[in-house]
Design a protein around this ligand. Structure first.
Ligand code: SAM
Length: 237
């Protein structure tokens, strides 16, 4: 498949997407508010992912959209970074988390009442407005069969278009890519194919491929440095 091919239609993955949502709902019924409901193996691994995602980003005064936010737990890592880098700033960043699973959003609203959350299938209906930073942790791992790579590139393109400063996402995959099996719910991407695609959108890219086997993080920056967003996140964004 060409690195630039992204003529993707959500309808092609609708059925598999709905199965993915049901899998999360089922896990939530079993585990409740736990990293296990998000299908993470350990809490430590989840925290490492969050740290890798925001390590290279200046979050001060920025609007942040977290796509596939789960319970919004990346907020803890964002707050730690803010405390370290901007200890005297009263409202160091603005955050909106979106997730397609209503149960996750309901928990997130209770856990982090200072921040905004909204239920949404982001890749079907992205917001029309921009955010300074878009984060996406774990929402690009599902196996949508033949459409998977097309879906992921399209998702990257959509998110990158909608950020003013940086997009940071992670993904299951490696180079050489591990063997994918048809029945697996996770699809391992060829990480170099994804990197090449990101480089076709911007030359300012950080590729983090060292922290876990079969997973990588990419941070993509807009070419020009931006001023901090003057708009405010409201509930409808
Ligand atoms: C592995 S979990 C990670 C949750 C959270 N980002 C974290 O790091 O703990 C992936 C999340 O992405 C959400 N997700 C997947 N596709 C999505 C979409 N199209 N729109 C919104 N959320 C989505 C799932 O519901 C799930 O909560």
């Amino acid at each position: 498949m060409s690195a630039l091919k992204t003529n993707f239609s959500y309808n092609k993955i609708k059925e598999q997407f709905e199965k993915m949502v049901l899998r999360y709902k089922r896990k939530f019924r079993i585990y409740g508010w736990s990293y296990k409901a998000l299908r993470w193996k350990t809490e430590e691994a989840m925290i490492i992912r969050h740290q890798e995602l925001i390590k290279d980003i200046d979050i001060s005064g920025k609007t942040i959209l977290d796509v596939g936010c789960g319970f919004g737990d990346i907020i803890k890592t964002l707050e730690q970074k803010a405390k370290k880098e901007m200890p005297t700033t009263p409202r160091p960043f603005q955050y909106l988390g979106v997730d397609v699973v209503t149960e996750f959003i309901n928990v997130a609203k209770k856990k982090y009442p200072k921040y905004k959350f909204s239920k949404r299938n982001y890749f079907e209906k992205p917001f029309k407005r921009n955010f300074d930073i878009i984060l996406c942790c774990g929402a690009l791992n599902s196996n949508f069969g033949e459409e998977t790579m097309c879906f992921r590139k399209n998702a990257i393109k959509t998110m990158f278009k909608r950020c003013n400063y940086a997009l940071s996402f992670n993904m299951a995959g490696s180079y050489p890519p591990p063997q994918n099996t048809q029945n697996s719910t996770i699809y391992f991407a060829n990480s170099l194919e994804i990197l090449k695609y990101c480089l076709s959108l911007t030359r300012k890219v950080i590729f983090r491929h060292h922290y876990r086997r079969n997973e990588f993080t990419i941070v993509m920056f807009k070419q020009k440095n931006i001023q901090t967003s003057e708009t405010t996140i409201n509930k409808t964004a």
